[in-house]
Design a protein around this ligand. Sequence first.
Ligand SMILES: CC(C)(COP(=O)(O)OP(=O)(O)OC[C@H]1O[C@@H](n2cnc3c(N)ncnc32)[C@H](O)[C@@H]1OP(=O)(O)O)[C@@H](O)C(=O)NCCC(=O)NCCS
Length: 180
Amino acid sequence: MHSTTLLPPRPPDLLLQPAGIAIRPLRRGDVATVQVVFDGLSPRSRLLRFHAPVPRLSARSRQVLADADGCRHVALVAVALSEPVGIARFVRTGPGVAELAVEVVDTWQGHGIGRALLEELRTHAAALGYRELHAEVLLGNEPVIALLRRLFPGAVLHADDPHTGTLVCPVQPRRAEVAA
Ligand SMILES: CC(C)(COP(=O)(O)OP(=O)(O)OC[C@H]1O[C@@H](n2cnc3c(N)ncnc32)[C@H](O)[C@@H]1OP(=O)(O)O)[C@@H](O)C(=O)NCCC(=O)NCCS
């Protein structure tokens, strides 16, 4: 006899739910969070993020990375299960232009956290009046290049040398600014 069993709905799986991830600004001087996220990056992820092997963060680097003022340096932290698992940031480099960077600890990659962080970062950039975010990328880093192209329509990749490039990501102004 053929019978159909209706399976109960799958319980929410926090690992697969970007909605279960909280995103908050990095508090200025919060070097501990910067260190926890760095510690969760594999050597390969550190290479992709910093374009060089970085076995440890110097005290100076920690301070610079934690020196977020919410305007010229905006840094957002993704928190999962009370632990920081990723940071996206931009740092102003000129009028209306800032440099963007993002990292997600290896055990949480592929669950939508990078996308969520960058969407929130894009919102902050638009609200603060930035026109372009520039991402320095290794040319083989297809995941981040593809992700940024999807989030920033019109993004253009300029090769800086045989290994690295700059992805110029236009920030759409918010409606209110267009009207202003
Ligand atoms: C790049 C990075 C931040 C992405 O974060 P993430 O949380 O893993 O990304 P997400 O889960 O949000 O995935 C974003 C998209 O990339 C795709 N993606 C993720 N990992 C991928 C991989 N290894 N290969 C191909 N595509 C991948 C996903 O399919 C997803 O596509 P979708 O939005 O259409 O579903 C993360 O991989 C990372 O920290 N890498 C090391 C540091 C780095 O490269 N930083 C960039 C320097 S600016």
